[in-house]
Design a protein around this ligand. Sequence first.
Ligand SMILES: Nc1ncnc2c1ncn2[C@@H]1O[C@H](COP(=O)(O)OP(=O)(O)OP(=O)(O)O)[C@@H](O)[C@H]1O
Ligand SMILES: C[C@@](O)(CCO)CC(=O)[O-]
Ligand SMILES: [Mg+2]
Length: 378
Amino acid sequence: MEVKARAPGKIILAGEHAVVHGSTAVAAAIDLYTYVTLTFPPRSAENNDRLILQLKDISLEFSWSLARVKEAIPYDSSTSCRSTPASCTDETLKSIAVLVEEQNLPKDKIWLSSGISTFLWLYTRIIGFNPATVVINSELPYGSGLGSSAALCVALTAALLASSISDKTRGNDWSSLDETNLELLNKWAFEGEKIIHGKPSGIDNTVSAYGNMIKFCSGEITRLQSNMPLRMLITNTRVGRNTKALVSGVSQRAVRHPDVMNSVFNAVDSISKELAAIIQSKDETSVTEKEESIKELMEMNQGLLQSMGVSHSSIETVIKTTVKHKLVSKLTGAGGGGCVLTLLPTGTVVDKVVEELESSGFQCFTASIGGNGAQVCY
Ligand SMILES: Nc1ncnc2c1ncn2[C@@H]1O[C@H](COP(=O)(O)OP(=O)(O)OP(=O)(O)O)[C@@H](O)[C@H]1O
Ligand SMILES: C[C@@](O)(CCO)CC(=O)[O-]
Ligand SMILES: [Mg+2]
């Protein structure tokens, strides 16, 4: 039996980091996906005692004997049920880390360890100790602020949950999960994100699961309906970074300067709320006026992100370059490198700015904003 699932990456239009501390943030799905294909071998097959993971786009394969996995991951019946998402304990995570170490990841791919640990946790909790081959392929740059970790957790969980849904309509079309399964999927994906991010807010897995555009605050989701054209240029600085470390850095700054950081987080909250209101507004305000307001909000958000300590010289270079072309930019996702968003007001011609950014070694692309969430195909 084979099940396929896909989940999109995302951009955060406003509110990253502050959202971890209870502020509002606004995020949208983009049309770049992570794909997961799950195949269960027939009982008679040769590899029916193994769990195999293939990362297609980076040409890596991992394989565990199920007996070894069973031995390493403590079995606790209270946490091994598909319908009750649970957190991975520190003890279990240590055992899983040993299973990952045994695969001897190449030194330059050590950053994949948390993703592989998350795979083992989600797989064994949702499916149990059954043999399968899981193939993962992603269109998203890894660790660049476009939610590669969340797309992995959401697509993988979608495939795992879908494999045991009895009411399957077979065919080649992608279909969304029903609300109940979507809610369950989002909870499991959040547990996966915890392994990769440490202390995620849940916004990345939520927008990847539900798609479209959302306003998110302390786990509360408001689906947004955009009433204006919204085009963004995405520039990947190609500077690698790690969301877990950046989130932890902001938390440490908040411990050192609680009053200042609370004011910063409150300001971000207001920015996100105002941005959501502009995007949804159906009043008489012209698109140009709305775009001017969004520009200013993005500029202020970037300033506050800088004061949280998550900007980077490469991000500043992108911002300065786009300002020369009268365009406004902000980092998106965790910062520290990764991707930068540049608002493209109606009628903007991007050729010149893209040329200048790419000549500095950055990679530019546009993506359609606010599309599908998680989908499955049987
Ligand atoms: N397709 C994948 N296969 C295996 N591991 C993955 C995959 N995608 C992401 N990961 C894991 O997620 C990590 C990157 O997650 P991280 O949260 O740091 O960045 P991001 O999600 O791309 O950006 P952001 O969180 O800012 O949106 C990688 O180091 C890897 O461990
Ligand atoms: C930096 C952060 O706010 C967004 C990462 O895309 C972390 C999170 O919300 O989990
Ligand atoms: Mg992430």
